[in-house]
Design a protein around this ligand. Sequence first.
Ligand code: 7PJ
Length: 288
Amino acid sequence: MTTVNLPRGRKLHLDTPIIMGILNVTPDSFSDGGNYYQTDSAVMQAETLLNDGATILDIGGESTRPGAPDVTLEEELNRVIPTIKAIRAHADKELSNCVISIDTSKSEVMRQALLEGADIINDVRALQEPDTLTVAAQFTDIAICLMHMQGQPRTMQANPQYDDLFADINDFFQQRIDACKSAGIKQQQLILDPGFGFGKSLAHNYQLLARFDEFNRFNLPVLAGLSRKSMIGNLLNRTTDERLAGSLAGALIAAQRGAKIIRVHDVKETADVLAVWQACEQGISNER
Ligand code: 7PJ
């Protein structure tokens, strides 16, 4: 469980939590304002995220922010494929060899991204869209993040309701794990994510955070993504660019409750927080 194999013989070491840095290549991304639409600036941003301490770059061309417009296949490809190509072709080896995750729900975006060297599929729709299971099964040693969402991005925050929040999410995970296995994907390739903010009320989100460790029952790595989300903003009454401290608190709590991958915008600050926590853990074990 602590190591996940990736293409080209590489591995993700998850003994301690690692950081997935968000690289949005969208003109309407709510927190970056679409600053990285151009490939050049996306590559520069990729370099910064890695230097700041990210292990994975999560490249996304579709905004799944509540109410965001749908993106056509062509548009999404035009955003993410040139970015992946430019990173893989870069002279800086640390950059060209980095672990790339493709944040998409479309099978053709997955296919082209994986052909260009993406290592991880990060799908907020958990491989439920047409042909996605088939495409994912065709690539050896990729990792796949299956995220839970209730409803669809456009309407999911209208009135989310659950009979039993944890049972519903765990049932969903089991069903998607089974679907992946039936398609020929190995269980060890999978990462789970309860999906903060995706069809969840403020109360639901904090229940998830409080009992995040319950998702460890599958013996698969669990990812936490709450960076700058409304669960921080609505709790604190903060605009998107005032959510750093709240996001850091959330990241630390998730990590302490077993999250192995922390998906964030603010990589440098999150790396500092995790390093202080890890030093403390070391201090505790050195005392024994
Ligand atoms: C998540 C994501 C998340 C995973 C987004 C945002 C919205 N992928 N993609 N988990 N959120 N796996 O970053 O605010 O929570 S897009």
